[in-house]
Write a protein that binds this ligand. Structure first.
Ligand code: PAF
Length: 282
């Protein structure tokens, strides 16, 4: 497994691999790798000749400096984990390699996808995600890039991004990986206290219960029911629950069979913000 920190060197190496006919699959990450990332690597290996993982905690996508500062950075452990997988190449640059000293996020027109849900609570977050992915795609020139559906809004926005930037990369969405008790895998889970970790599966349980209500309740009624469930919970705080169209991410007023919809949720477990979602239309 090769490890690069300099973009010109990584780019040259990948250009050569592509010249010899190799297809490149990229998994962009911010490190603190877990089984969810490993499953993306396995999927990428099935569909590509060379698997590349990038590890970079991207400052421009954090609207909260404390969250950026506390984000887990576990490069040594990540490299060890990756060496036991099908990963062929790691790109792990320092911030100065990716950004000029005073550089801020590029502004994209994501056609409103960035204004819903996460966008209401994390100002400029998706411009930061778009900025770093545009850079990573041009350095690592992947044929395919893999993203977990836990960040479903991000996935839709990344599809829009490559449409805007015209970068020739195919964006592949992959199912959410869950712990045995249903908690969606996330790098943030390792920061949960024992008490909050024990409570956190309530998020997925609530999504499943909401899914059961679709046949005889309106989206508004389900939303109110979820709000009440969390109001009664003693250590999880609901930030939002939204039932939205998968394509537009806009909240829906009624269930109609012609579109696909999903329930989206963000919850604070103490200081840790957790998100999850579940398809409702099947
Ligand atoms: O989902 C993430 O980990 C990040 O948003 C990403 C896609 C690696 C961009 O920094």
């Amino acid at each position: 497994m090769k490890v690069f920190a300099v973009k010109e060197l990584a780019n040259l190496h990948i250009q050569n691999l592509k010249k010899s006919g190799n297809r490149i699959g990229l998994i962009p990450t911010m490190g603190a790798l877990h089984q969810g990332h490993i499953s993306l690597i396995e999927r990428a290996k099935e569909e590509n000749d060379v698997v590349v993982v990038s590890i970079f905690v991207n400052p421009t996508q954090f609207n909260n400096p404390e969250d950026l500062q506390k984000y887990p950075r576990t490069l040594e452990a990540d490299l060890e984990k990756l060496s036991a997988t099908d990963c062929d190449l790691v790109f792990a640059p320092q911030a100065e390699e990716m950004y000029q000293a005073d550089e801020t996020a590029e502004l994209f027109d994501f056609a409103g996808l960035d204004k819903e849900m996460e966008g209401k609570f994390r100002d400029n977050h998706f411009n930061g995600v778009g900025t770093i992915l545009k850079k990573l795609f041009s350095v690592l020139i992947p044929n395919n890039a893999y993203f977990g559906e836990k960040d479903f809004q991000q996935l839709q926005i990344v599809k829009k991004l490559v449409n805007i930037t015209q970068q020739p990369v195919n964006i592949v969405g992959c199912p959410i990986h869950r712990e045995a008790d249903g908690l969606a895998m996330s790098s943030r889970n390792m920061r949960l206290t024992t008490e909050h970790r024990a409570s956190a599966p309530f998020i997925y349980q609530t999504l499943l219960a909401a899914q059961k209500k679709v046949t005889n309740h309106t989206p508004k009624e389900i939303e109110q029911w979820v709000v009440e469930k969390f109001n009664k919970h003693n250590n999880l705080v609901l930030e939002y629950f939204s039932i939205a169209d998968e394509a537009t991410l806009k909240p829906i007023d009624n269930f109609n069979n012609s579109s696909k919809y999903r329930a989206f949720i963000a919850v604070f477990a103490g200081e840790i913000r957790l998100i999850d979602n579940l398809e409702l239309s099947n």
